[in-house]
Design a protein around this ligand. Structure first.
Ligand code: ATP
Ligand code: MG
Length: 420
């Protein structure tokens, strides 16, 4: 049996100003019909949905139909009593946390209460029931339930907004790609002289346009990648990669920029190949991001060390002498679009997606990317841990004696790119 209170009574204080809120349901379980009706009347001013059940079995059936903000449960009932009903209620997934208030005669002593609490009772109300007290207590649980629902709705709305943002970014990046490639194509024809002799005075503007188009391309690429990752549509091809080789390639790619910034990149790799299981393109992207950051966020000539460490889970460390990350921002830099304000560096182009993308790529392939340590004004150390390739240990060997230096202690092959 179910009943919604008909007469328009004044709204309970807890529900005032919340007309848009969904009605909460309260389940009243009492075998005594007169008592159940009295309880319904007491709860009526709350203007919620009150459902009455006259037995434990009825109550369990009602719980199959909907979720409740509160259950008022008479302890003394024939057939299955209130405590047994509570035990069955707790066994069900959708009611394992529903607050239960036991209604009981005054002479039922402490032993019952201990059992009731062990069954997850939130309170006991003794007869004779004081209507104001019961109503006030019920109002608290209605309020709690409505707040929980609001939070859940906000969560879903945020998820929807996030999905919408990802879809928009994806679409925008796609739309930008075609015109960008046309611009880049004509620019390269102009710089190669395919369209005829290019006047000397055009050289500089064309170079500038070329470099800015490259920047734009990279931004569009990052936007596309980030939005693909958000919707879980990023193809990944993992294979056996030699970390030392990937590092050497990344450092070679960074060479023009290293020279431009009058910087130095030192590479330290073990003599033996360190084999990991990872998508090589994604690894290249992560390394490019880390090395570029290390070169970029630096006030003086950047001095960067890229180290491959053989270990059970092999890792790559990128260490710099840059501006460092202020305390409290160590995790924020891995969020989308987060860029730190460092006035001493002046404006630096970027989207704040590099570390976000890098961490996502690492984690999706069983790896990890962390800021190991950083000291403002002194520098930072980022560590990328990747899964070892199957069949070899993370030291890149099938079976070989341990070196005295322990983890990663095999002889290193250091070399320097663009020493100043
Ligand atoms: N090695 C570093 N030293 C100091 N600060 C850094 C370092 N790496 C990253 N940061 C800070 O973290 C922010 C986020 O870095 P992230 O690589 O995600 O984005 P970005 O470099 O701003 O832009 P892009 O998407 O082009 O990489 C940077 O803007 C910078 O403030
Ligand atoms: Mg970056």
């Amino acid at each position: 049996m179910s009943s919604t209170n008909p007469e328009p009574l004044p709204r309970a204080p807890a529900a005032q100003g919340q007309a848009h809120r969904r009605l909460a349901s309260i389940l009243v379980v009492d075998d005594n019909r007169a008592k159940a009706t009295a309880l319904e009347a007491i709860l009526a001013p709350l203007h919620q949905n009150v459902v009455v059940a006259h037995s434990g079995r009825d109550a369990l059936r009602a719980l199959l139909r909907e979720d409740y903000a509160l259950i008022l449960l008479d302890v003394k009932m024939p057939d299955i009593d209130g405590f047994e009903t509570a035990a069955l209620i707790r066994q069900r997934k959708n009611s394992e946390h529903t607050p239960i208030i036991f209604l009981t005669a005054f002479d039922q002593a402490e032993l019952d209460m201990a059992r009731g609490y062990s069954l997850g009772a939130v309170d006991f109300i003794f007869t004779p029931i004081v209507p104001e007290i019961l109503r006030a207590k019920a109002a608290v649980f209605v309020e709690l339930n409505q707040k929980a629902q609001e939070i859940q709705e906000l969560f879903y709305a945020a998820q929807d907004a996030n999905r919408f943002k990802s879809e928009f970014l994806n679409m925008a990046a796609h739309e930008l790609r075609t015109p960008l490639s046309v611009v880049a194509g004509y620019l390269s024809m102009l710089s190669e002289g395919t369209l005829g002799q290019t006047p000397e005075a055009w050289r500089l503007p064309i170079d500038m346009l070329n470099s800015k188009t490259g920047e734009l391309n990279r931004i569009v690429d990052d936007l596309l990648l980030a939005s693909r990752m958000d919707v879980g549509a990023l193809p990944t091809v993992t294979q056996r990669v030699d970390l030392s080789k990937s590092v050497a390639d990344a450092v070679a790619r960074a060479k023009p920029r290293t020279t431009l910034l009058d910087g130095q990149v030192r590479v330290e790799v073990p003599r033996r190949p360190v084999l990991a299981e990872f998508d090589p393109d994604h690894l290249a992207r992560i390394l490019d991001n880390l090395v570029n950051n290390a070169l970029t966020y630096c006030r003086t000539s950047p001095k960067v060390t890229v180290r491959v460490v053989a270990a059970d889970s092999p890792r790559i460390e990128v260490e710099d002498n840059g501006v460092g990350i202020p305390p409290g921002k160590e995790e924020a830099i891995f969020d989308q679009f987060v860029r730190l304000d460092e006035p001493s560096l002046g404006p630096i182009p970027g989207t704040g997606l590099g570390l976000y993308i890098s961490r996502q790529l690492a984690e999706r392939q069983g790896g990890r990317l962390v800021l190991e340590r950083s000291e403002p004004g002194k520098g930072s150390l980022f560590t990328l841990v990747v899964p070892a390739a199957p069949g070899v240990d993370g030291h890149g060997r099938a079976a070989a004696p341990e070196t005295a230096a322990g983890e990663g202690g095999e002889t290193m092959r250091p070399y320097i790119v663009n020493g100043t």
